[in-house]
Design a protein around this ligand. Structure first.
Ligand code: ADP
Ligand code: ADP
Ligand code: MG
Length: 452
């Protein structure tokens, strides 16, 4: 039941990425575009583009009826959701199932289970995977007092429906509980339409380690190693790398095994990522959440394994078995990804849309650039500020790092503000070089990078 025509329900670099994977497999592609994206690179590269509505995401990329109608109307037999938007929306996945159109991703049941972090925590526990000490649903901030006393400050309030770093607040002492609770639940309500919160112990010296997993209909589950995404600002990733250099080999093996056990436990199909917090001081790891989709940072894994994850998604969604056993997956070299955003570091990272008047990417060795941008492109103000992902491969970490420094230094973008200078500061810092940093490092050092 090979897929013949894919409808891409997304925009930006990931829409371009999916078009390219389709071309490589001889699959036709139809890309959904809002009015603001009608002349996008994805629209030009795809076999066809269909306008699904006005620029605002509620009327376009989140408009389930418009997307489904366009997919069915163009005789597509599958929908690739990319990441963000409807990628992890169980109602949308269910609607695809009911309309007999293949959703390139897991079943609606898996998406439903993993979309709620409280439920995902229970599933992890049931499969023998450690979770961060925490609480069930917290209805009023007073309920958190007792939990906090048990697990100890600092704690985090986290949104059960959360994603993209939203709905997370740190609490250092009882006096901060009420304010943090209110603002986290308000943000969660606004972002996800669900204000449910829970508590986790805040791991002070944490690294974000995640495992790329893949499952198929035959029950084969493999992992494709880990990524370290500890370079973060406001709980959002900025730079990612694979493999994770700072985790002891024995622990690395255990985290990979835990991810596979969890995914097998729920008969998961297609690509997914199990995210973990690694507590450096205790050499312990805890499950955070599972992202039931392709991730932004998937190319670093592709670079070190040689597996094209988006092509594999399409093949497995079309009914094929994963053509690898675990032992077929070999890791070679090191890869680093920098997220290049249209934003102004000097102005609190405020988005900076507008016309790109000069776009000159680096052309040094070992580079891959995933982007939808080009010289003359107008970055619309309505969407995520991601412009490009610069992925650099090297034979080892220091080789990849040196190449990244050169590549970032050569990247010229004019007309809009970007974070390339900020990224260069991070990459060139001794902490990144030595690998000795944690998820709080960027924020703790931000004043050094942002001269006032
Ligand atoms: P990754 O783990 O793949 O790097 P991110 O957490 O950075 O993913 O999110 C990828 C994209 O999806 C971002 O644009 C983010 O804003 C968006 N996103 C993540 N989760 C959600 C969600 N639950 N609802 C809407 N958008 C989301
Ligand atoms: P999201 O769905 O928004 O991606 P996550 O649960 O994956 O939320 O957390 C995002 C980031 O927040 C993590 O990568 C990590 O840096 C930080 N974080 C989350 N939970 C904890 C925790 N218990 N202790 C320390 N840091 C945490
Ligand atoms: Mg996460």
């Amino acid at each position: 039941m090979k897929i013949k025509r894919v409808f891409i329900a997304n925009r930006g670099e990931i829409a371009v990425r999916v078009v390219r994977a389709c071309k490589a497999l001889g699959i036709e592609s139809v890309v959904a575009v809002s009015i603001a994206d009608q002349d996008s690179l994805a629209a030009r590269l795809a076999d066809r583009a269909v306008c699904i509505g006005p620029p605002r995401v509620g009327e376009s990329y989140l408009n389930q009826n418009a997307l489904l109608a366009a997919a069915l109307g163009t005789n597509c037999d599958a929908i690739h959701p990319g990441y963000g938007f409807l990628a992890e929306n169980p109602k949308f996945v269910k609607a695809c199932e009911e309309n007999r159109i293949i959703f390139v991703g897991p079943s609606s049941e898996s998406v439903q289970k993993m979309g709620n972090k409280l439920e995902a925590r229970e599933i992890a526990k049931a499969n023998g995977v450690p979770v961060v000490p925490g609480s069930p649903r917290i209805g009023r901030y007073e309920e958190a007092i007792e939990v906090a006393e048990q697990i100890g400050f600092p704690i985090l309030f986290k949104a059960a429906a959360g994603g993209g770093g939203r709905g997370i607040r740190i609490v250092h002492e009882p006096g901060e509980l009420e304010g943090a609770f209110q603002s986290a639940s308000a943000e969660a309500q606004a972002a996800f339409g669900d204000s449910t919160l829970y508590v986790e112990r805040y791991i002070v010296s944490a690294r974000h380690i995640e495992i790329q997993v893949f499952g198929d209909k035959t029950g084969n589950v493999i992992h494709l190693g880990e990524r370290d995404c500890s370079m973060q600002r406001r709980y959002q990733k900025i730079i990612e790398e694979a493999p994770a250099a700072m985790v002891p080999d024995q622990t690395r093996g255990k985290i990979r095994e835990a991810a596979v056990a969890l995914v097998k436990g729920i008969s998961y199909e297609n690509a997914g990522t199990c995210e973990f917090i690694y507590d450096e001081e205790r050499d312990e790891f805890y499950f955070l959440e599972m992202n039931a989709r392709i991730q932004v940072e998937h190319p670093v894994t592709e670079a070190i394994t040689g597996v094209d994850l988006v092509q594999l998604q399409l093949r497995v969604a079309g009914g094929e078995a994963i053509p690898y056993k675990q032992s077929d997956i070999k890791f070679q070299g090191h890869a680093i990804e920098c997220r290049i955003n249209a934003e102004s570091p000097q102005r609190s990272f405020h988005p900076s849309p507008g016309r790109i008047t000069l776009w000159r990417p680096p052309e040094t060795e070992g580079i891959r650039l995933d982007t939808h941008c080009y010289q003359g492109y107008l970055v619309p103000p309505f969407y995520d500020s991601l412009l490009a992902k610069l992925i650099v491969y090297g034979k080892d970490r220091s080789d990849a790092l040196e190449r990244t420094k050169v590549a970032l230094g050569q990247f010229r973008i004019e007309g809009i503000e970007t974070n390339t200078g900020f990224l260069a500061f991070l990459i060139n810092d001794q902490a990144f070089e030595s690998g000795r940093y944690n998820t709080r490092w960027v924020e703790g050092n931000i004043d050094r990078f942002l001269p006032v």
